[in-house]
Design a protein around this ligand. Structure first.
Ligand SMILES: *[C@@H]1O[C@H](CO)[C@@H](O)[C@H](O)[C@H]1NC(C)=O
Ligand SMILES: *[C@@H]1O[C@H](CO)[C@@H](O)[C@H](O)[C@H]1NC(C)=O
Ligand SMILES: *[C@@H]1O[C@H](CO)[C@@H](O)[C@H](O)[C@H]1NC(C)=O
Ligand SMILES: *[C@@H]1O[C@H](CO)[C@@H](O)[C@H](O)[C@H]1NC(C)=O
Ligand SMILES: *[C@@H]1O[C@H](CO)[C@@H](O)[C@H](O)[C@H]1NC(C)=O
Ligand SMILES: *[C@@H]1O[C@H](CO)[C@@H](O)[C@H](O)[C@H]1NC(C)=O
Ligand SMILES: *[C@@H]1O[C@H](CO)[C@@H](O)[C@H](O)[C@H]1NC(C)=O
Length: 193
């Protein structure tokens, strides 16, 4: 009996120390871009990249967005991270750790890459990428639910999204992030309700 009690205590202690093996961050997708070149394992570029990602990770403890540049000449790398505006810096740090590890695994040779999680993104390239307007690469997603009155839905949707665009783009305290709510009727013909 005592043996089982000891075993139980050991199990409980292990449970306390072992972190859950599932992630709190949802991976969305990545792009590995080799149009500007590949690098080899342990090259100067690779080391600069690893150094930059760990420096970005440290900065994610302090703010939800930052950029960094490491190296010189052909081996220079430019990187940035951005966390969702409702995250704490601790969550941001943890998300950037996971995103950095993921991107190096998924894109082990490409000099340019971007990874999106639901909660944060990490991006780097061997050329200047900061404050440049870029629409590609991009990811999009849609709801699997249908609307019965697309016209009414479209009006409500446009108004709601226009509000969010104004808030996220022009309100400097919004950190490029905004949420909103609008009521629509799904699955039934709104003319009938
Ligand atoms: C990078 O490597 C990939 C796969 O090995 C190759 O197809 C591609 O042409 C390379 N890109 C450059 C710019 O050399
Ligand atoms: C790169 O360096 C690591 C650690 O020093 C080593 O384990 C690995 O074999 C090296 N890889 C190559 C391709 O040289
Ligand atoms: C960032 O914060 C985490 C958790 O709060 C901590 O474990 C880590 O040492 C910090 N890293 C740096 C570079 O400050
Ligand atoms: C971060 O980006 C800004 C432009 O948005 C740039 O002026 C600055 O030099 C960058 N910082 C680093 C460390 O690369
Ligand atoms: C939405 O409509 C499409 C096309 O009519 C249909 O194939 C799909 O099953 C519908 N989805 C749902 C969740 O009802
Ligand atoms: C700007 O954003 C902040 C934080 O989200 C919010 O508290 C504030 O009401 C917003 N200001 C305007 C004018 O919408
Ligand atoms: C949507 O409906 C709910 C419940 O009726 C209500 O509490 C909420 O204020 C409505 N939201 C908007 C944006 O109209």
């Amino acid at each position: 009996m005592e043996r089982y009690t000891n075993l139980l205590i050991i199990c409980l202690i292990s449970l306390y120390f072992i972190k859950p093996c599932y992630s709190q961050f949802q991976f969305i997708s990545e792009y590995c871009i080799d149009t500007n070149g590949n690098y080899t394992a342990n090259s100067t570029y690779h080391n600069n990249l690893k150094f930059m990602l760990s420096s970005l990770t440290a900065q994610a403890n302090l703010s939800l967005f930052n950029n960094d540049t490491v190296g010189e000449g052909f081996d220079q790398t430019y990187g940035l991270f951005m966390c969702r505006g409702d995250l704490s810096v601790t969550q941001c740090h943890d998300c950037v750790v996971e995103a950095s590890t993921t991107i190096l695994k998924k894109c082990p040779t490409e000099q340019e890459a971007v990874v999106w999680f639901n909660q944060c993104m990490v991006r780097y390239a061997n050329y200047y990428i900061f404050s440049l307007f870029k629409e590609a690469p991009m990811v999009y997603a849609w709801s699997s639910q249908n609307v019965s009155d697309p016209e009414t839905f479209g009006e409500i949707y446009s108004k709601a999204v226009d509000d969010l665009i104004m808030q996220s783009a022009y309100n400097t305290s919004s950190l490029g992030y905004a949420t909103g709510q609008a009521n629509v009727t799904l699955g039934v013909n709104v003319k009938d309700v």
